[in-house]
Write a protein that binds this ligand. Structure first.
Ligand SMILES: [Zn+2]
Length: 146
């Protein structure tokens, strides 16, 4: 990792401290564009916004998908204080961003939390009603042109 990348990660850690100080979970992230410029920064605001999806990575992935053209997004890196959770990883995959660099891993974060602070998995049932459920899907997806 280069000194410049470490500086961006340190900024993400600083943003995580700002999130903590504002009463939110301690996570922060930023996007760095193709020319090394900071495009956007976010902090976790799940508590103050009353929004379980207000993780900084999620907010930045949505911003990138909305505001960046595909070429710029692909050359943009997300620096984040902690490895993205499953929800955010899915949004990042859909955003077209080129790369993620994180400080704490999810496993390292788990060692810093008291027992019982995770989210229990919700049981899922299916598949069912394939012949009916396939009807609105058929014809929607087309082979990618790129
Ligand atoms: Zn997340």
């Amino acid at each position: 990792m280069t000194p410049a990348e470490e500086a961006f990660l340190r900024r993400a850690i600083e943003l995580s401290g700002e999130a903590h100080a504002s009463g939110n979970p301690p996570f922060g992230s930023l996007l760095v564009g193709p020319h090394g410029d900071v495009l956007a920064e976010e902090r976790n605001t799940t508590i103050t916004d009353g929004d379980i999806s207000a993780h900084p990575e999620q907010k930045l992935a949505r911003w990138a998908a909305r505001e960046l053209d595909a070429e710029t997004a692909a050359a943009t890196t997300m620096y984040t204080s902690c490895q993205p959770c499953g929800m955010c990883a899915g949004a990042i995959d859909r955003s077209g961003l080129g790369r993620v660099v994180f400080a704490l891993s999810g496993d390292q974060l788990a060692t810093l939390k008291p027992p019982g602070t995770g989210f229990p998995a919700v049981p899922q049932e299916g598949p069912a009603l394939f012949d009916e459920a396939r009807v609105p899907v058929e014809g929607y997806y087309r082979p990618s042109t790129s």
